[in-house]
Design a protein around this ligand. Structure first.
Ligand code: COA
Length: 302
């Protein structure tokens, strides 16, 4: 699999730690020390999972610079589409004028959604085919702003990638452990923070190690690791356990917080735009979250 282009979109409105401290009993100091998060983007009334997905996908398609006729598959990962039906992916097909002779559907694998979608697409695509993969979330609409243990963590945004099939096989690994106690979403997000933290560190460490081995690499050969951006301390703990320096982990959570399925593609797009990815670099993409789910991909950037 080759990534031809990436894009992302974040709402203009920003919710700072200072603003949150006027809403619940918290402080900038506590949030920064426990999470590393300083701000998160919050959708305005007229911004939805679809409008953000459209902006991110438009940018990714422009960066990929391919005719729309090459797109054979659209997968959107989200837990916050306004409608049960049509799916985000079907609405995107219409709004972006993509061909009708394709498949388009949404998946819910929470914060691992973009990784699961990338793996699904890469296994599906035939030679010369391309796919549009999007993660888009308006988590602010399912965040309880009276609950200080969750409301400081989440933000809104979307990220997208256009991929094409390539001869090089993708190394990937996934896990699923059905659990509705640690992390569950009904009208709002409910979470046992400490248990999720422990799960996240263990699963992230294990999946990065396993996928690296599967790709025939050593941890020392990894150039850049782009993980789901949940908490700075989760990334720091994984870095320590793996013995891989933090400077090889891409981190943007101070600005965005946790944007669930949008988190990995936003980080990927920001890494691309920052000029951090070069040909032949060994890159890991990794996600973990509700379900419980986890997934990691090892790829050579080309
Ligand atoms: N501001 C101030 N105090 C807060 C707070 C906040 N926003 N949120 C919780 N606290 C308090 C708790 O009430 C508790 O107080 P107490 O000791 O008087 O009972 C204290 O801080 C410690 O709470 P605890 O839950 O042990 O904190 P923590 O160090 O585990 O940090 C999280 C809480 C949520 C930041 C952390 O557990 C976490 O990030 N978990 C993973 C969450 C995640 O990434 N979820 C998505 C995965 S995809």
């Amino acid at each position: 699999m080759r990534i031809l282009g990436t894009g992302s979109a974040a709402p203009k409105n920003v919710l700072t730690n200072q603003m949150l401290s006027t809403m619940v009993d918290t402080s900038d100091e506590w949030i920064v020390e426990r999470t590393g998060i300083r701000t998160r983007h919050i959708a305005a009334d007229d911004e939805t999972a679809l409008t953000m997905a459209r902006d991110a996908a438009t940018r990714a398609l422009a960066a990929a610079d391919i005719p729309a006729s090459r797109i054979k598959l659209v997968i959107c990962a989200s837990v916050t589409n306004e409608l049960r039906c049509p799916s985000l992916a079907c609405s995107l097909q219409r709004d972006l004028g993509l061909p009708e002779e394709i498949m388009a559907f949404d998946i819910n694998a929470a914060c691992s959604g973009f990784i699961f979608a990338l793996i699904t697409a890469s296994e599906f695509l035939k030679a010369d085919d391309c796919a549009l993969i999007v993660g888009s979330e308006v988590l602010s609409r399912i965040t309880d702003y009276n609950d200080r243990s969750t409301c400081v963590l989440f933000g809104d945004g979307a990220g997208a990638a256009v991929i094409e099939s390539s001869d090089e096989p993708l190394s990937w690994i996934t896990t699923v452990k059905g659990d509705d106690q640690m992390l569950m979403i009904d009208d709002y997000i409910h979470m046992d923070g400490q248990a999720v933290f422990k799960f996240a560190v263990e699963t992230l460490t294990r999946s990065i190690r396993s996928v690296t081995e599967k790709a025939g690499l050593t941890l020392a050969e990894l150039d850049l690791i782009i993980c789901h951006q949940a908490n700075q301390r989760i990334l720091a703990s994984a870095s320590k356990r793996l013995g891989v320096a933090m400077d090889r982990f891409f981190v943007n959570l101070a600005e965005h917080g946790n944007t669930s399925a949008a988190s990995v593609p936003i980080a990927l797009d920001e890494a691309v735009r920052a000029g951090l990815l070069h040909k032949d670099m060994r890159v890991i993409l990794a996600g973990f979250g509700g379900g419980l789910t986890s997934g990691a991909i090892a790829m050579r950037w080309s």
